[in-house]
Design a protein around this ligand. Structure first.
Ligand code: BTN
Length: 263
């Protein structure tokens, strides 16, 4: 039996001990009638879903695994990456505020690996899986977030993982952390909402400032081959822009490029 450590002020919170996946749980809801920022939080997922069809492993009761339902109807489907920016910035804002006392410069330590992994000091602390429901317009986004909090031993499948506790040595109350992250997400989402359909220059600038490897030559796997290239920015639709060492310009969708794990 897990104990929820904190009395909540988040409205629309569904707290579960065990579920297959919080994203799937949201997907089974009557989404058009689910209010904005409804949050489904589980202490244990038996079948957590990650990017690219991977499984998301997370030690039961040690980390945050939750999904937030949003209705970004003000964005056209083509601009859905604006939401990715807001969500990854919100999570990284919370981390910067927490680990600032433990690192020389939390701002440079916390980065976003395109499109939306959050890293601290080159190690992954948070994975984000945004699943969109798009009809004639952008209707609903299920924003699934797996944030490593108190887990310190990671399996062979996650050689590059870290957690808050691994960084600071402290044990964290999960509910308190959840509330902090949600508040940061709300702040970034409000900026997006205020900017409307064209996106926000503030979010664009902050996202680029935190983008891992921006302006630095690194090796990537592009369409099956290893290339040396420098990330130069993003297209208006969120594609990654790179210049290769022979001067070619690339515009990559998510499945076309992979980062090499050792870089
Ligand atoms: C990634 O592969 O990096 C994305 C991982 C996303 C995991 C979270 S945990 C909460 C939510 N529910 C899921 O099944 N997946 C997301």
């Amino acid at each position: 039996m897990f104990i929820f450590d904190f009395e909540f002020v988040i409205s629309n919170l569904i707290k579960l001990e065990t579920v297959d996946s919080t994203n799937r749980y949201c997907g089974r809801m009557d989404l058009p009638n689910v209010s904005e920022f409804t949050t489904v939080w589980a202490l244990r997922q038996t079948d957590g879903v990650g990017q690219r069809g991977n499984h998301w492993f997370s030690e039961a009761g040690a980390n945050l695994t939750f999904s937030v339902v949003l209705h970004p109807v003000f964005l056209t489907p083509a601009r859905q990456f604006e939401l990715t920016k807001a969500i990854s910035l919100g999570v990284s804002d919370w981390l910067i505020s927490l680990i600032g006392d433990y690192t020389r410069s939390a701002d440079s330590e916390v980065s976003i690996k395109w499109p939306n992994d959050v890293f601290v000091g080159g190690r992954k602390i948070c994975g984000i899986l945004i699943e969109n429901r798009i009809g004639v317009r952008y209707e609903t986004a299920i924003c699934g977030i797996g944030l490593n909090v108190n887990q310190t031993v990671f399996g062979a499948g996650a050689p590059n993982a870290t957690s808050l506790k691994a960084i600071t040595g402290r044990e964290y109350g999960l509910a308190r952390q959840l509330q902090g992250v949600i508040e940061c997400l709300q702040r970034r989402y409000d900026v997006l909402l205020a900017a409307g359909g064209s996106g926000s220059q503030q979010l664009d600038g902050d996202y680029l400032n935190r983008l891992l490897n921006l302006g630095v030559e690194r090796r990537y796997i592009y369409k099956g081959s290893v290339i040396s290239a420098t990330i130069t920015g993003l297209s208006p639709w969120g594609h990654l822009l790179l210049t290769t060492d022979d001067g070619s310009r690339l515009q990559c969708a998510m499945k076309e490029i992979a980062f090499l794990h050792d870089e």
